[in-house]
Structure formats: structure tokens, C-alpha cells
Design a protein. Structure first.
Length: 489
């Protein structure tokens, strides 16, 4: 008679990282620094142009040069962390961001500044995707949710502080630094992160994914061909060279899609999970993400340009004018994520889009008053509240119906498309405004933004038709902020 096998002992869970909360501070500081660097520059951009010279049409490049490489390289940055180790890639990214920030602060010309901004965006693409994987490596159980939940408030605070800090630093002209202080502020932040980075554990994916350099090259080429005609200063967006570039961009985009499908069939590493595109909801979510965040960022640039270039206000006034928008967004986002989405589901998304459209309409009316309209801060507060209501509900709906193996790729792709939409919004709305560079141009940009929001509403219907969340159904869980979704595991 055989002896029964002894019962299997449970495998103990790995211990939590002993310095996890101090290490989390490094991750949160790096996340905030990257968001801060996008919003702080928008307010200082007109002063940069005034001191460095160059065409005023180059001003949108100060934002787009950062967000474009960030968008294109975000998924590749995540793959590098999976392969080489997230802590290692994170530290390399922060060190590169520090050096690029110093180069931006010392830039002698507008062209050099734009080039250094592109390097900043590329290094940011190494930093941001590592956050979620490192948090999951350090925390267990309920503490994981607490750690992930801390990202939203920190990012909201950075969004609120960015425009104001940009205006204050530029206006204060510390030691004669003028706008250069908005980049020098990254130096102590980066040094703090690097000092805390040894507390982070090394972590990588259990299976080394492929980097797909051909896919990255095709994505970068397609993006450049589609975006550059909108950003270039000469000619129009519908002249011969521009149309040829746009047509070539569409062709390369098709080639990228075919390359991804072929790689998936051959079980090679690909940038995106191709199963995400077998039904309508996720492509519709990508359209929503690109257009919604494009309008949000593009409208901010238009407001800053009209205040400083069109009305002659200083950077501090521009920053304070944007404060109600940032504060409204932060408050509404917290309220929606903590309470409203769980209770009212997809209706919060529709309400947020409606409120934002009303705010954009009120902004157009405020610009109609000319000069420095007194009602503009109130209109921008409505815009911010709409943004805050829409965002958590949108990301909940976009990620809820997906399978577990699709979540990482979908989250990273949504984040990348969000950054690409930011680039397009700055390019298109900035170009519309700069056609006349006055209050009328600002109004025209608002009308263009409203048209884009109408497309977002239509794409939202496609999401709702198949995402399993009817207009009256509550969502199961509220989603974190968009920049949270960068894990590629």
C-alpha cells in the first residue's frame, strides 16, 4: 500500500520592499516632473520666442517637439524596461532628462531649444512606462491600490501648479534667468529622484519581449509624415507638399498595421496587441483619446498666445488665468474617480463632454469681448470641470471590456495616442489661431475645438455600443488618470 503524498505547502508571497514608500516618492516625483515640464513651458513659450527670435509659428513646436517623440517612443520605452530592467531604464531616463533640461536652459537659439525639447521627450518615454511595473514589484495587497491611487492626486497637483509656476518663474526673472528657470527647476527634482533611485528594486518581465525596431521606425515615420505638414511654418496645410506628406503618412500607417499583424501571426514581438483592433470599441477609444486631449492642450496654447501675443499680458497673468481650468479639472477628476463613475457609469463621460463643450463655447464668447476678457477664467473653469469629469469615466470604459493579456498594450497605446493627440491639437489649433493672431483667431480655434468634440461624441457612441456599459449602467471600477496607464506587462 503506497504512502499518500504529503499535502503541498502554500508558496509564500514574496516580501514587500522594505523602503517602498521612499522609493514611491522617487517615482511620483519623476511622473510629476514630466507632466510639469509640458504645462510649465506653454505659459513661458511666448517669452522664449520674444527673446530667442524666429517666426511666431514656431511657438507650437516648443510643446510638440516634446510630446511627439514621447508618443512615438513610449511603447518602445516600456519594452526596454521589460528587457533590460525597469530600474535601470528609469535611472537612465532621469539622467538623460536632467542633461536635456540643462541643455534647454542654455539654448542659444529657438531651433536649438526645440531640438533639446525633442531629447527631453525621448528621455521621458524611458521614465514614464516604468512606474506601474515598479509599483507592482514593491507593493502587495491593499497597499498596491494605495500606491497606485497616489499617482492621480500628485499628477493633478502638477497640472494645477504647472501654468502658475511657469508664469511665476518667468515673471520673477530670478538672477536674470527669465524663461530659463522653467527648465532649471528640473535640476533639483531630477537630482532628488536619482538620489532615491537606488531604493527601487530591479524588476523586469519574466519573458523578454521583442523590441520591434522596424515597427518603431514605421510608427515614427508615419507620425512625422502626418504631423509635420500641420506644424511647418511655410505654405498651407492643403498645398501640394502637405497633401503628399499626408498621403504618404496614411500609406506608412497601413504598412505599420500590416507589419504588426504579420508579427503577431509569426509570434514575434510587436508594439501593440493586434487583437485590440478586431472590434470597434477600442479603435473608437483611440479616436476619443486623440481628439479630446488634442482639444484640451491645443486650447490651452491658444489661450496663452492670445493673452500674451494678442493682448499683451505678461506670463504671470497668463498662468493665473489658466489656474481655474487646472483647479476645476483636478477637483472634478477626483470627484468622478472616487464617487461618480462608480455610481453613474457612462453617463459621467457624456456629462463631462457636454460640460467641456459648454466651456469651450463660453471661451469663444469671452474672446469675442476682445482685450483681456474678464469672463475668460470662469469659462476656463467650466472647461476644466468637463475635462475632469470625462477622463476617469473614459479610461474606465476603454479598458473595462478588454482581456487581461490586452490591458498592458491597450493602456500603453492609449497613453501614446493621448500624447500624439496633444501634438496634433497644438499643431491644428495653434495654426488656426496664428492665421490671424488675434481674438478672432482664438474664436476660430474654439470653433475647431467644438467640431473635434462632436467627433469625440460620435466615437463615444461606438464605444458605448459594445463596451457593455449602457448609458444608465454604473461602471465596475473607476479608472486612474490617463498617464497612469503605461504598464506593458
Amino acid at each position: 500500500m503506497s504512502t499518500p503524498a504529503p499535502p503541498a505547502l502554500p508558496i509564500p508571497a514574496p516580501p514587500q520592499h522594505p523602503r517602498r514608500w521612499a522609493a514611491l516618492a522617487a517615482l511620483l516625483t519623476a511622473e510629476a516632473m514630466n507632466l510639469l515640464d509640458a504645462t510649465i513651458v506653454q505659459v513661458a513659450a511666448p517669452r522664449m520666442h520674444a527673446e530667442l527670435g524666429g517666426p511666431v509659428s514656431a511657438v507650437p513646436w516648443l510643446t510638440s517637439a516634446y510630446t511627439l517623440p514621447f508618443a512615438v517612443l513610449l511603447l518602445t520605452g516600456a519594452r526596454l524596461g521589460d528587457r533590460a530592467g525597469r530600474r535601470r531604464v528609469f535611472r537612465i531616463g532621469v539622467a538623460g532628462f536632467l542633461l536635456a533640461s540643462l541643455a534647454c536652459a542654455c539654448a542659444p537659439t529657438l531651433g536649438a531649444l526645440i531640438a533639446f525639447r525633442a531629447v527631453q521627450g525621448a528621455t521621458a518615454a524611458l521614465i514614464v512606462p516604468q512606474t506601474i511595473g515598479l509599483i507592482k514589484a514593491m507593493f502587495r495587497g491593499d497597499e498596491t491600490a494605495r500606491a497606485l491611487g497616489s499617482i492621480g492626486p500628485v499628477m493633478g497637483l502638477a497640472a494645477v501648479c504647472g501654468p502658475v509656476l511657469g508664469g511665476v518663474l518667468t515673471h520673477a526673472d530670478l538672477f536674470g534667468s527669465s524663461w530659463r528657470a522653467v527648465f532649471l527647476v528640473n535640476v533639483p527634482l531630477s537630482l532628488t529622484v536619482l538620489a532615491l533611485a537606488p531604493l527601487l528594486p530591479e524588476d523586469r518581465a519574466p519573458r523578454r519581449p521583442g523590441l520591434d525596431p522596424a515597427g518603431t521606425a514605421l510608427a515614427a515615420l508615419a507620425t512625422a509624415l502626418l504631423v509635420l505638414p500641420l506644424l511647418r511654418s511655410g505654405g498651407g496645410a492643403t498645398d501640394g507638399p502637405a497633401l503628399a506628406s499626408l498621403a504618404a503618412g496614411c500609406a506608412v500607417s497601413v504598412a505599420f498595421a500590416a507589419h504588426q499583424r504579420r508579427g503577431a501571426r509569426r509570434r514575434r514581438g510587436t508594439l501593440v496587441e493586434t487583437s485590440l483592433f478586431t472590434s470597434a470599441p477600442f479603435p473608437a477609444a483611440l479616436v476619443c483619446s486623440a481628439l479630446f486631449f488634442g482639444v484640451s492642450t491645443g486650447l490651452t496654447l491658444v489661450v496663452v498666445l492670445q493673452l500674451q501675443v494678442g493682448s499683451g499680458a505678461d506670463a504671470l497673468t497668463a498662468g493665473l488665468t489658466l489656474l481655474p481650468c487646472s483647479a476645476g479639472m483636478a477637483a472634478a477628476s477626483w470627484c468622478a474617480g472616487a464617487h461618480l463613475v462608480r455610481r453613474y457609469g457612462a453617463r459621467v463621460r457624456t456629462a463631462g463632454l457636454t460640460v467641456m463643450a459648454a466651456g469651450v463655447l463660453a471661451t469663444a464668447g469671452a474672446f469675442g469681448a476682445g482685450g483681456h476678457p474678464a469672463l475668460l477664467p470662469c469659462a476656463l473653469a467650466v472647461v476644466g470641470i468637463g475635462q475632469g469629469l470625462f477622463t476617469p469615466a473614459f479610461f474606465t470604459a476603454a479598458l473595462h471590456p478588454l482581456r487581461p493579456q490586452e490591458i498592458g498594450s491597450a493602456a500603453g497605446l492609449l497613453n501614446a495616442v493621448q500624447q500624439l493627440g496633444t501634438t496634433l491639437g497644438v499643431a491644428v489649433l495653434g495654426r488656426v489661431y496664428l492665421a490671424s493672431a488675434d481674438a478672432g483667431g482664438a474664436q476660430h480655434a474654439c470653433w475647431a475645438g467644438l467640431a473635434a468634440l462632436a467627433v469625440v461624441a460620435a466615437a463615444g457612441r461606438a464605444m458605448r455600443a459594445a463596451d457593455g456599459l449602457a448609458e444608465s449602467e454604473p461602471a465596475p471600477e473607476p479608472a486612474p488618470e490617463p498617464f497612469l496607464w503605461t504598464d506593458q506587462e
